[in-house]
Each structure stands twice: as structure tokens, then as C-alpha cells.
Design a binder for this molecule. Structure first.
Ligand code: GLC
Length: 404
């Protein structure tokens, strides 16, 4: 692209004038936390039409949501189901899928030749993006939504992705310092990483005690103390710890919103059986997937986030802060960063149901004591975890990488 120069001739327009053409990659069509973050970022790249596109390795609800934002969505020529490659699984499980992967790498390589940057929004898509990337071709950015430690992944997998990042990535974006630190501890190059906290849109506010009571009634909740857990169902998200804590709090009720997204279907059954065994089945409501999480959060007395392994970010924490509902979270991963070291929420040891029950009992005993904490939490969420800031930060990074 060129622009008229003073004095008649033409000089090249600085690259940064033209919107970077970004090829987003993601391995899943389902909408988990990382895909929610992608949906928040996408509007910054929806125009001009055709400049940026997203390649999904598998179709799913994500496609319609991206289309609605005006993004060009492409699908893998042959859908590639990488779910069998589990976070804790060995690399050997990848072997049967190598053929499909080779085809996809070729498709990515062809698409990448029309783009300035390959933006990998998941670990699996990063591996294929790295294999497809060429020296001198489109730059490679990895938005790393995982804590690369042994509680989550096998040794060989960590070694592979870190080596690929060090060799191939122009930038690694981490949603928290915890993610950045784990990447560096695993051998990742510190100068590659930029921390960009996630952003969450403000919720529709349910005002007044009546609206809250109506919401509770709609859910069939009894009067009295209710706490809620809002994340996909997965053993490491720790819903079983919340049930253990519920068993220690005789008059409390618990709602569990979320479903298994990435192959952890057995865990739902395990939770139901656990509730029956503990004799708390009548005091827990499994709500499945919900589109109205921010509203539900305003109907409970506390939001609990009981992950037993370090949480890379935890969008649910920010959602609860914006909903002005007290939060109790496991002190692992990003929770301490988001909750300002425990200033705007309560931190408990991961996997410790008794400590969680004690923290819940404290909230129940003195709800008024929490008003200033909740107000500070909301302010912090609005200041640090907004969507506009997220889009701006990502836009700046993409531009800087492309212009370099
Ligand atoms: C992943 C992480 C979660 C994070 C989300 C967005 O789903 O497990 O902690 O909030 O990505 O970064």
C-alpha cells in the first residue's frame, strides 16, 4: 500500500496503517474460557472484512458466535478431533491422528500465506500453527491459556510446546503472572512473554431484594444461605470439594452451573453419586450449562471457585467481582493476583473442604462485614479486567509483532 508523498513521489505507507491480517486458530468449536476470551478479542479484528479469519479444527457453537461478530470463520477441511489427546495424556496418543494433522498443517500453511500473523488460541492449535509456520512468513503468536506444570500436563508435552515456543513464537501472551511464571519455569524464554489479563463485560444488574428473591424462586432455591460454583465440570475445577464443604454446612444450599466440555463426562456422574453418598442431594442443584451466569451470580450469597490445581486465570472470579458477590477461591494459580492477595476475596488452600466450609460459615455469619470488600472487588474488576482494555492490549501487541 502506498500514500502520496510531499513533493510528488510516493513513499510506502507504514505497515501499521493497514489493519494486520490475522489468522486465528483454535482446535475446538466448543466455548470454554479460552474461547470466551477469543470472543472478547474478535471484534477488534472483524473489520475490514476479509482481512482476518478464524480457522476452527472442529465445528461447534463457537462458529455462530464468531459469525455474529462479523468474523470470517473457516473450518478444517477434515474436522480433527484432538480431544483424545488429554492434558494428562502421553504423546503416543497423538500417533493415530498424525495423518489428519499433516493435512491441517498444509491448510494452515496455505492460509497463513495470506496473513501477517498466526494467532494460536490454544495449546493444540499452537503446535500445528508452529509446524505450519515458515521463517520469513506470517509471524506466530501463542495466547497461552494454560499453566504449563506437571499438575496439568505430561513432561513430554510441556517440553514439546516450550521448545516450539522458544524456536517459533514471536510472542507468548499470558493472562496472568502465574501462567507467565510457569512458562518460564518450564524453560520458556522470559523475553517472549507479555502478561495481558483477560477482560469480562459488565453484567446486567439485578437490582433490589425482590429481583433477587424472584431469581431464587425461579431456581427453586429455599430461603437461607446459598453458594454457587460456576465453571465447566472437570475434576481439576474441584466441584467435588464444594460438595464436601456443603456436607459440613447443614443448612446451606449449593448450585453448580456448568457442564463437561472437553471429554470429562464421567465427572458429572461422579458428582451426583457423591452428593447422594454424602446425603446432600436435596441441597444441591446441578444446573448444567447456563447462558445467564452473571445473573445467577447475583442470586447467590457467595461464589466459590474450588480448583484443586492452579487456575491459569479464572473468568468466573472476575464475573463474581462484577456481580458484587463475595468470592472464595483456592489459593493457586492466578486467584491471588485477581483477588489482590486476598484483599477483595477469601483465599483458601486448594483441595481443603474443611477450610472452605470455615470460610463459607464466616461469610454466612457476617455478610455485612463484606460490603466494603465486595465494593472494592467490583472496582478492581472494572479497572483491571475490562474488555476494552483487553482488546486494546491485544491490538497493540499484534501490531507490534507484525511491524517488527
Ligand atoms: C482456560 C483456563 C482458565 C482461563 C481461560 C481464559 O480456560 O483454564 O483459567 O480463565 O482459559 O484465559
Amino acid at each position: 500500500m502506498t500514500a502520496p508523498a510531499v513533493g510528488g513521489g510516493v513513499v510506502p505507507t507504514p505497515k501499521s496503517r493497514r489493519a494486520p491480517r490475522v489468522l486465528f486458530l483454535t482446535h475446538t468449536g466448543r466455548i470454554g474460557g479460552a474461547e470466551t476470551c477469543l470472543l472478547a478479542i474478535a471484534p477488534a479484528f472483524a473489520a475490514p472484512a476479509g482481512a482476518s479469519s478464524i480457522l476452527l479444527f472442529q465445528d461447534g457453537a463457537l462458529r455462530d458466535r464468531l459469525n455474529a461478530l462479523g468474523m470470517e470463520v473457516l473450518l478444517a477441511r477434515k474436522p480433527l478431533d484432538l480431544r483424545a489427546i488429554r492434558r494428562d495424556g502421553g504423546l503416543l496418543r497423538t500417533l493415530p491422528r498424525l495423518g489428519g494433522m499433516a493435512g491441517l498443517v498444509r491448510q494452515i500453511r496455505t492460509l497463513a500465506s495470506r496473513h501477517d500473523l498466526i494467532y494460536c488460541n490454544s495449546q493444540k492449535s499452537f503446535v500445528l500453527g508452529a509446524l505450519a509456520s515458515r521463517t520469513g512468513g506470517a509471524k506466530l503468536l501463542w495466547h497461552l491459556h494454560d499453566i504449563l506444570d506437571r499438575s496439568h500436563f505430561g513432561r513430554a508435552q510441556i517440553a514439546l510446546v516450550v521448545a516450539l515456543a522458544n524456536r517459533r513464537a514471536a510472542r507468548v501472551v499470558a493472562p496472568s503472572q502465574a501462567v507467565a511464571d510457569a512458562f518460564v519455569a518450564a524453560g520458556g524464554c522470559a523475553s517472549l512473554v507479555t502478561v495481558v489479563p483477560n477482560g469480562v463485560p459488565p453484567p446486567r444488574v439485578v437490582r433490589g431484594a425482590d429481583a433477587r428473591a424472584a431469581l431464587r424462586q425461579g431456581l427453586g432455591l429455599p430461603e437461607g444461605f446459598v453458594f454457587g460454583v460456576f465453571s465447566r465440570l472437570a475434576p481439576w475445577k474441584g466441584q467435588h470439594i464444594a460438595l464436601d464443604a456443603l456436607a459440613l454446612l447443614p443448612d446451606a444450599t449449593c448450585i453448580i452451573a456448568g457442564c463437561a466440555l472437553f471429554g470429562e463426562d464421567d465427572y458429572g456422574r461422579v458428582l451426583h453419586a457423591q452428593a447422594a453418598r454424602l446425603g446432600v442431594a436435596s441441597r444441591v442443584r446441578f444446573l448444567g450449562h447456563r447462558e445467564d451466569v452473571p445473573t445467577l451470580m447475583q442470586a447467590v450469597d457467595v461464589v466459590v471457585h474450588p480448583s484443586i490445581d492452579p487456575e491459569p486465570f479464572g473468568l468466573t472470579l472476575v464475573e463474581a467481582m462484577l456481580a458484587a458477590t463475595p468470592v472464595i477461591a483456592s489459593r493457586a494459580g492466578a486467584a491471588a493476583e485477581i483477588l489482590d492477595g486476598g484483599q477483595v476475596g477469601t483465599l483458601v488452600p486448594p483441595g481443603d473442604a474443611s477450610a472452605l466450609a470455615v470460610a463459607l460459615a464466616r461469610v454466612r455469619a457476617q455478610p455485612e462485614r463484606l460490603a466494603p470488600v465486595v465494593a472494592a472487588a467490583r472496582l478492581r474488576a472494572e479497572r483491571h479486567y475490562g474488555v476494552e482494555r483487553l482488546r486494546g492490549d491485544i491490538g497493540d501487541i499484534v501490531r507490534a509483532v507484525v511491524d517488527r
